[in-house]
Design a protein around this ligand. Structure first.
Ligand code: MN
Length: 510
């Protein structure tokens, strides 16, 4: 009997997975992946997706996505195995015995993340809490969950409408913002675009009708423009890695349209040209060439290389009037095109965020320089500089260093990041100095608690204030953890005592 070949919805097989992994790391343990594939396939034998496809298509698609992000073989193996304990006869124990405790840990965490039940409070807060707690243990758990979710969204058609809406909404409101926070722009865009038609069907239809024809025109123009640009770069002896045009993510365009009263003529960047080069100097040189042959729009040149965005994003952006008749004596300018220029490293960072730092280099699992990242990421880099052997390196990549930080929530569900052992007073000052100064009490997870309580990951913190409160108490200095809180308290107290001294000296003069 011939064995059935498993193909994902886009036609890819285990062989494709192996090829992608080899590309990222020639020394990857491919045997492990092939074993995990067959183990999973046997475990899910006979099971089908709602669409009627063999169940195995789903874990395979999940693993391929993780491989494309350049993740390590353990993560990819766990991606294959992620539904085994919950949906098959094989248990977590089996996985641990066959594949070891690290892979079993990842599979277990992904399974738990899916099983945690809604426990009241607000659904949004609850979901965020789950995600962040999982992340605090090992960010790879979240990446597997993202890949799992993307494939589920891609095959959402087969589910009943109610379920479609629930999954899509959760993806848009919980998963996408977290992807964004991790600096994974492309992941965020994919999650939103796949959810869009299920969350806002009417708006989606409207959008497609409105921009569909315009998009076709733009893309046709872009093809000709790209040929022109490549030729110009050749003439100027400028080496580029790639020049390509891409349609912007649909949902982000939609949100932009809403800001401009749905006026499409205000949106210049339906399609953007992306130029990738080898180094920073070439970025500026390429910008020079472009501005020589196109007319830049005023106020649209942005240097995110010199001044990166807060999430670390770097690129040069410009919007130009491109010539519509190429290679003519007299150029005619008309089409407005957005152009992004960046180095290969900046590109990886923008696309893959935190995952970009887990690429293999020279056969080693090497984190790269993080650039301007969230400070907990910087912390990881610092740690890795000090770590010598590989085993330890992998340990730190499990983001145990996350344990130096906790994530807590405001009653509205905003995430506040604090150092471990922070107190409600630290929380209050992190939110706003005024909230700190007027703070009199706190409720943690709806329970009245002391201001000295050490906050824990996932706590919902509600500060009670009193507008008559004169200010912070000097005794708080003994237990606050953050410098921000300490200096705000000191500043307030100093001002108070200066005021008292002045009153005192005035009184003496009189
Ligand atoms: Mn799954």
């Amino acid at each position: 009997m011939q064995e059935e070949i498993i193909r994902t919805i886009d036609g890819r097989t285990i062989d494709d997975l192996v090829v992608i992994m080899k590309k990222h790391n020639p020394q990857a343990d491919l045997d492990l992946i092939v074993r995990a594939f067959h183990f999973t396939k046997d475990a899910h034998a006979g099971q089908q997706r709602k669409s009627g496809e063999p169940y195995m298509t789903h874990p395979l698609a999940t693993a391929i996505m993780l491989a494309e992000l350049g993740l390590d073989e353990q993560t990819i193996a766990a991606g294959l195995l992620h539904d085994v304990p919950e949906d098959t006869q094989r248990t977590l124990k089996d996985i641990k015995k066959i594949f070891g405790k690290d892979i079993a840990f990842l599979v277990e965490s992904v399974t738990k993340l899916g099983m945690l039940k809604y426990r009241g409070v607000d659904r949004y807060i609850e979901n965020l809490r789950r995600m962040f707690i999982a992340m605090a243990k090992d960010v790879r758990v979240i990446l597997i969950k993202f890949a799992d979710r993307i494939n589920n969204l891609q095959t959402l058609d087969a589910l009943p409408p109610e379920k479609q809406h629930r999954i899509a909404l959760e993806s848009m409101e919980i998963y996408a913002p977290i992807a964004n926070r991790l600096g994974m722009g492309n992941m965020k865009g994919q999650l939103e675009d796949l959810s869009f038609p299920f969350v806002y069907p009417e708006e989606y239809k409207w959008m497609m009708k409105k921009i569909g024809p315009r998009l076709k025109e733009k893309e046709a123009f872009m093809q000709r423009f790209m040929t022109f640009i490549r030729n110009e770069f050749n003439i100027h002896d400028l080496k580029v890695v790639s020049v390509d045009g891409r349609t912007k993510h649909l949902y982000s365009l939609y949100k932009k349209l809403l800001k401009h009263n749905r006026d499409l003529s205000e949106i210049y960047d339906l399609v953007a040209l992306r130029i990738i080069v080898n180094d920073v100097a070439t970025c500026y040189a390429a910008l020079g060439v472009i501005h020589k042959i196109c007319k830049p729009l005023k106020g649209r040149i942005k240097d995110y290389i010199a001044q990166p965005k807060p999430n670390g994003y770097q690129s040069l952006h410009t919007t130009v009037f491109a010539p519509t008749q190429f290679f003519h004596e007299e150029a005619v300018y008309g089409e407005i095109i957005e152009i992004q220029i960046r180095t290969l490293d900046m590109h990886k960072e923008a696309e893959f965020g935190i995952a970009a730092h887990w690429q293999y280099k020279e056969g080693r699992f090497m984190p790269e320089k993080m650039g301007q990242k969230l400070h907990w990421m910087n912390e990881i880099v610092e740690l890795q500089k000090q770590v010598q052997d590989e085993k330890q390196l992998l340990e730190t990549l499990k983001i145990d260093v996350f344990q130096n930080y906790i994530f807590v929530f405001t009653p509205k569900g905003d995430v506040i990041e604090l150092p471990e052992d922070s107190t409600p007073v630290d929380f209050a000052y992190r939110v706003h100095t005024d909230l700190g100064n007027k703070c009199v009490g706190v409720k943690i997870n709806d329970q009245i608690a002391s201001l000295q309580t050490r906050l824990k990951n996932g706590d919902v913190v509600e500060i009670t204030t009193d507008s008559h409160r004169k200010g912070p108490s000097a005794s708080w200095l003994e237990f606050v953890k953050t410098n921000a809180a300490r200096s705000a308290i000191r500043q307030y107290l100093n001002k108070q005592s200066r005021g008292l001294l002045e009153t005192f000296s005035r009184a003496r003069k009189n």
